[in-house]
Every structure is written in C-alpha cells, then in structure tokens.
Design a protein around this ligand. Structure first.
Ligand SMILES: NC(=O)c1ccc[n+]([C@@H]2O[C@H](COP(=O)([O-])OP(=O)(O)OC[C@H]3O[C@@H](n4cnc5c(N)ncnc54)[C@H](OP(=O)(O)O)[C@@H]3O)[C@@H](O)[C@H]2O)c1
Length: 430
C-alpha cells in the first residue's frame, strides 16, 4: 500500500483529544477543497469548535475551508508524521499528531507517523519536486522534540535536504530547471514529504556520478561544512584544523574539505575507535577518541608542539569550551555550529584566552539564512566542489539507507550516535 499519498483536496477530520495541548486528529478521507492550501495547515479554525470538554476519542466531523486555513494567523499547526500501523488500516484512516498550542508537545520517535497532507503548492521561483531520497539531520530530531521550530514561512514538515525529480516549474523564474530534471536541494523544511517545494536558486542538477541517495546526503552537511570553512571560519590554505564530532555527517564533509584545502594537520575527535579509524581514512592526520582521553587539549598540545590549531570547528559546545580555548593557536578562529553537549558552560569558563590569543569565535546557522545567502553559498560550493565529487576527491559518506516506513528507526539510529556520515531515507515512491 502506498502510504505516502497526499490529500490534494481537503479533508473531513474527526478528532480526539489527549489533552488541551496535544491532540490527535483522525482524518477520514478527502472532501474539503484545499487545493491551494499549504503543508503547514493551520488549526486555528479548528480550535473554534468547542472541544475542550470532549471525552477522549469522541469523533466529530470538522469541515475546514480553504480560506479559514489560509487566513489563520495562529501559530498552531499540524506536524504530519505518523505511525506505521495506519498502513494496514482498512478504512484508510490516518492519524496526524497535532500540537494545538505548542510544538513543545512533540516528543519521541513514536511521534513520527506517516500521514496524508495537502500537496505543497510552489510559490514564485519554486520547483515542485517529487522526493526520491532525503537525509536525516540533528535539526530534525530537535524539531521533533519541539526544540527547533522551523523559521517563519517554512514548511512544518521535517526535512532539510532532498533529491528528486522536478514535477512542475514556475515557467518565468525557475531558471535552469525543467520538468523531469533530477535535482538535489537545501530546503528550510518539507523534505520528508512525497513532494517538496524548492527555491530554484537553492537547487542543483544531480550530476551523472551521483545517484539520488548520494545527492540527498550532500546539501545540509556539505554546505554547513563549506560555510564553516570558507564563509565564517577565515580558513586560509595551510591552516591547521581540529574537527569535533568528526564522524558526523558534517564532520566527514569538513575533514575532506580540509584535506582538499591542504591542511597539514587535521585533528578529528570522535567517540569510538571505529569512528576514529574511519575519520583517519577520510583524511585526519590525528584522531582522538574523546572517551579515552581526559583532555583533548593535552593531545593537541603534543600534536602541534604547543602551537595549537588555527581553526576549530565545534559542534559539542559546553563540555569542550575550555579545552577548545587551550587548543587554539594565536589568532585562531573557532566556529561553533552546534552544542551537542549543551549551550551553557557550567563553571570556570576560560575567557582570558580570547584576549591573550586574539581569538575569533563565530557561530553560524544555515537554515535561518536568507534564500539569497543560500543561493550564493550553493553557487560557490558548486563551482568549487562539483568536479571534486566527479573525480572522487570528495565523497558523500553514507552510513545507512532506510525505507521511509523505517523513519522511526532512522531517527533512533542517529539519536544513538551510531552513524558514521549520513543517514539517508528513500522517498515514498521508491
Ligand atoms: N549550524 C548549522 O547550520 C548546522 C547545520 C547542520 C548541522 N549542524 C550541527 O552539526 C552537528 C553535526 O550534525 P550531523 O547531522 O552531521 O550529526 P550526526 O551525524 O548525528 O553526528 C553527531 C555526532 O556527534 C557526537 N556527539 C553527540 N553528542 C555528543 C556529546 N555530548 N559530546 C561529544 N560528541 C557528541 C556523536 O558522535 P560520537 O560517537 O563521536 O560522540 C554523534 O554521532 C550537530 O551539532 C548539528 O546540530 C549545524
């Protein structure tokens, strides 16, 4: 059974309430005209129904009209996710997990369900793409947990990177793309859908040397790494570097970019010997299994003969702050793009070193950047790296490819810190 069909004409919903904040909607098929609605269907119109006193699991029918959906200014929205048990539901019911008041109600992998949603409608400059593969990111887990709401205007559906086939184009503004083209793209959300809208300037053609799975593994990790090195991190050819969480999707990209850029020392930190072995094969000159090492700063001191490294690329945050300060060389730069161990240094944070070593410390995100910024980044990356992927200098590292109905397992795998490189998921049609 194809469980990924989107409801393209609206829907009659029957609903039950677990609490005021968290609700489960049961959608029974498709009557309502939502031909112009977006993925992030607003539920404010639904909330006008007196529902708070409803006994659990009392179904009611709610007709939602398109104008109501579109006019809602309420932040409440549907996150379409869902359970596999709907796949075998003979009535074709589907469940949609809803946070009616706050995304904080989202939670564990059990919240990931497969449901039906309105087909996304491309805006000006956008392509509609049938998704063939998408990749998982830490941001998806945070979003699922309710800790990382999508930026305003972006799809509520999870997913930041995908590859697929162009279904329709904005004929005036779709640039170099036409229907049927294979593309891969960075998106602000929506990549977990059967279809995804993509700004044409944030997409690239899938070259012959990449299949859909490899292409889907590139945008978020590699553009984050490229941004860190060249746009944010002041990387200069010949600089020495240290990459934390080096076996991650982003880390495996950074190591390769640093090697390609001629970095004479590339130190990678990771949490197992299996990971340190692979990051060495990818280009690390030195590796540190941080679980066996009381202080990576001591190791860095020894590796660099007390000089320190010019660039630190950090994703771990709080726990690494002091050792990072000790590990940076004079005039060194640290880019912080993640805080996996937390955002607050609990005690004795060293800051004098910032002055003494004249350090530059910069943070960056990618998702919240403007479409224009991303287009420029993608253009630079394309010019610098596409040929390097073609000749094998660079390669997307994929740990595992899941089917879409294994989405819960895919998230668990990442949350367990098991992956080396990227986790990719095949689209609904594959
Ligand atoms: N700012 C941006 O624009 C941006 C964009 C994309 C990603 N990111 C960030 O980049 C980082 C990597 O993302 P990803 O999707 O590539 O991740 P990933 O593939 O899931 O890898 C993350 C790895 O980090 C390590 N880790 C987790 N918690 C840790 C801790 N407390 N201390 C030390 N190491 C820890 C684990 O490996 P070990 O076994 O080695 O511990 C884990 O496998 C994340 O922080 C993510 O949020 C930022």
């Amino acid at each position: 059974m194809n469980c990924g069909r989107f409801v393209q004409r609206a829907t009659t919903l029957s609903r039950s309430f677990a609490s005021k904040q968290q609700q489960t909607l049961r959608a029974t098929n498709t009557k309502l005209n939502t031909s112009s609605s977006q993925l992030n269907i607003k539920v404010a119109s639904v909330s006008s129904i007196k529902c708070n006193n409803m006994p659990k699991f009392t179904p009611i029918n709610i007709n939602i009209s398109t104008p109501n959906l579109l006019n809602s200014s309420n932040n409440n929205s549907l996150l379409v996710v869902a359970k596999r048990n709907i796949l075998s539901n003979p009535l074709g019911l589907l469940e949609i997990a809803v946070s009616a008041s706050s995304v904080k109600q989202f939670g564990g992998v059990e919240q990931l369900i497969i449901g039906q949603i309105a087909k996304p409608v491309p805006k000006k400059n956008e392509l509609l793409v049938r998704v063939k593969a998408f990749a998982i990111n830490r941001a998806d887990i945070l979003q699922r947990l309710g800790k990382y709401p999508p930026p305003a205007g972006e799809s509520e559906i999870l997913g930041l990177e995908m590859s697929g086939v162009v279904e329709s184009v904005d004929s005036e503004h779709s640039g170099k793309f036409k229907v049927g083209d294979k593309v891969y793209a960075l998106v602000g959300g929506g990549a977990y859908g059967q279809f995804c809208t993509v700004d044409a300037s944030n997409a690239l053609h899938v070259p012959d040397h990449l299949n859909f799975e490899k292409a889907a593994a590139i945008p978020e990790a590699w553009l984050t790494a490229y941004q860190a090195m060249y746009l944010v991190g002041n990387y200069k050819r010949g600089n020495t570097v240290m990459v934390h969480a080096a076996a991650s999707g982003v880390g495996t990209a950074l190591i390769q970019l640093a090697k390609e850029a001629g970095a004479p020392i590339i130190i990678g930190t990771a949490g197992s010997d299996e990971k340190t072995k692979i990051i060495k094969e990818l280009g690390c000159t030195n590796t540190i299994n941080y679980k066996n090492t009381p202080s990576f700063a001591t190791e860095v001191e020894s590796i660099t003969s007390k000089r320190g490294v010019d660039n630190v690329f950090d994703y771990v945050g709080a726990n690494y702050w002091n050792d990072n300060m000790k590990s940076l060389a004079l005039d060194g730069t640290m880019v912080i793009q993640g805080t996996l161990s937390g955002p607050v240094v609990k005690e004795n944070a060293i800051i004098g070193t910032i002055l003494q070593k004249r350090l530059t410390i910069r943070g960056s995100t990618l998702r919240s950047r403007s479409t224009e910024y991303k287009a420029d980044l993608i253009d630079r990356f394309d010019q610098h790296c596409t040929n390097l992927f073609a000749n094998g200098t660079l390669k997307p590292i994929i740990d595992r490819v899941f089917n879409v109905d294994e989405i819960q397992e895919a998230h668990k795998f990442m949350e367990g810190n098991h992956n080396i490189g990227k986790i990719v998921v095949r689209g609904f049609d594959d």
